[in-house]
Design a protein around this ligand. Structure first.
Ligand SMILES: Cc1ncc(COP(=O)(O)O)c(C=O)c1O
Length: 509
């Protein structure tokens, strides 16, 4: 059988005239495959476009177009008067000399004319990539009972936002549509500086604020600029898994430090080994919800000053405090410029906005701005412009005020449901701030089993123990996010959760 007949036969079995993909593209892909697998050997003469078109029942122009494309891409070469020939596409010795692996030397000429499917192989992830993916905590579901850390995005004033967006696009600013030096939009940095100074007691000028896509990116930036792989960072234990991932992939050695009712509580042994960085959530420890006491704040600042340690303050949800005014930041107490403050609009507005900020000491501001442009480019300037207008017109303050009242009432509905079901049997932590609370379980109860049973019933209840690095000191409990659960669903959903708890704890009541 002629090679061209075998090839046409193989091609016609695979061309699908009913597929969405045009025949031109299909033919192009199949011929590429035949050449890459060496089924069409280097130097082989391609059937003439007229012959192939006739045998496949295609227009000749289609085949000519495919041959031209393959010529441009270097798969075939065309010699006037002689015909079209397959080019030797195998990598040369310099590139590793692996061509022999792909060639099937024992195949007969005719066998080689029948393309084999491409042999794909999966190259392994790097060690750190593997560790990141294996340890990932990101949930496929990001909404509903009782997903922690998710605000009620359905209450966001979409109409106001759309109007501001439209106004912007009616007079588009070209400087916001092109590349820009780092740092972010000056107008937003200015309004943020005013807000952070008055609401969070953060000491800052607009130039000290670098806009990012959120806390993850802010911490990534700070860690890259202030530490080297192998340096040590202290984190609270328990802590937010997402940030642990950011730290680990940067090659830092993460030393988990126990937390008590006053916040991070380093032991005397910990204090003998000062780290390069410390990461804390002083206004609302995540996930337990305690507030770092003033004494601890001062001790930590003094320790950092003595040892040249950087402190990263993650202030992710302090706007939502229900029994008092929001607490002052740790950065505001810092006299020597060693606190890096990070925050985000993810909880106050909506996570998908992806706008956050990092406040750095004055002496570091230019370095951070340059590095952020170098690593992440200029950010979403148009979103930033709309957000600046949103804040300037007072919508931010009024939205946060409304959400605070809404979440406070949902928190109460959840606490009432817990009380009605269990009385005071289970202690609650972190109940007066944020978007979630922790329902503590007896430590001999396997909270991961409870969480799995809850999930089978459609309820997310993240197990507290999974937030600990040090398993020996892990406490048992459930993180229950209430902010994104409509009031009327909280009671019934808690009932379902209680069934899951009872199915594991058996007769706890
Ligand atoms: C403690 C803490 N920090 C940061 C984040 C995430 O911040 P962002 O979405 O701005 O990256 C979260 C999200 O739940 C969090 O709980």
């Amino acid at each position: 059988m002629r090679v061209s007949a075998i090839l046409s036969d193989w091609l016609s079995q695979r061309l699908d005239r009913n597929a969405d993909q045009p025949l031109y593209r299909q033919l192009h892909g199949l011929l590429q495959q035949a050449i890459l697998t060496h089924a069409l050997a280097a130097g082989a003469r391609m059937p003439s476009s007229r012959l192939l078109a006739r045998e496949l029942g295609l227009g000749r122009n289609t085949v000519i177009q495919v041959y031209e494309q393959l010529t441009l891409e270097g798969y075939v070469t065309c010699s006037t008067g002689r015909g079209t020939f397959v080019v030797d596409t195998s990598p040369d010795e310099m590139v590793g000399g692996t061509a022999h692996v792909l060639r099937d030397a024992s195949a007969t000429k005719d066998e080689r004319a029948v393309p084999r499917p491409l042999q794909t192989r999966t190259l392994p992830l790097s060690n750190r990539g593997h560790a990141l993916v294996e340890g990932a905590g990101v949930s496929k579901r990001q909404w509903g009972a009782f997903m922690p850390g998710v605000p009620d995005v359905s209450r966001f004033p979409v109409r106001v936002w759309t109007r501001l967006h439209n106004t912007h696009w009616r007079r588009p600013r070209l400087d916001l549509m092109t590349y820009a030096p780092g740092g972010g939009l000056p107008a937003l940095r200015q309004s943020l500086a005013d807000y952070l100074r008055t609401s969070r007691s953060v000491r800052c000028a607009p130039e000290q604020i670098i806009l990012t896509t959120g806390i993850h990116q802010s911490i990534d930036l700070a860690v890259r600029l202030l530490s080297d792989p192998g340096d040590t960072i202290w984190t609270e234990d328990p802590c937010y898994w997402g940030i642990r991932s950011v730290l680990q992939i940067s090659g830092l050695r993460v030393r988990p430090i126990a937390v008590d009712a006053e916040g991070m509580a380093p032991s005397s042994d910990d204090l003998k080994h000062p780290p390069k960085l410390v990461l804390v959530t002083p206004s609302h420890q995540y996930p337990l919800g305690c507030v770092m006491s003033l004494a601890r704040r001062r001790t930590l600042l003094e320790f950092a000053q003595r040892h040249g340690t950087w402190i990263i303050e993650d202030d992710y949800d302090s706007e939502f405090r229900y029994s008092s005014r929001p607490l002052a930041s740790l950065q505001g107490l810092d006299e020597t410029g060693q606190v890096i403050y990070v925050g985000s609009f993810g909880k106050t507005l909506f996570p998908g906005l992806r706008v956050g900020y990092i406040v750095v000491p004055e002496s570091m501001a230019d370095n951070f701005a340059v590095a952020s442009a170098e690593l992440y480019r200029e950010g979403q300037l148009i979103q930033q412009a709309v957000l600046a207008e949103f804040i300037a017109a007072g919508h931010f303050t009024s939205h946060v005020r409304k959400m605070r009242a809404l979440y406070a009432s949902r928190r109460k509905v959840l606490l009432d449901a817990m009380h009605a079901e269990y009385g005071n049997q289970f202690a609650v932590a972190g109940g007066d701030a944020g978007l979630h609370l922790v329902m503590q379980l007896p430590d001999d109860v396997d909270d991961t089993r409870v969480a799995a049973r809850a999930l089978e019933r459609g309820i997310v209840a993240r197990p507290l123990s999974s937030y600990y690095s040090n398993r020996a000191s892990a406490r048992s409990g459930l993180l229950l996010g209430y902010a994104c659960v409509p009031d009327e669903e909280i009671g019934p959903c808690f009932q379902t959760l209680a069934n899951a708890i009872d199915s594991v704890c058996g007769g706890v009541r």
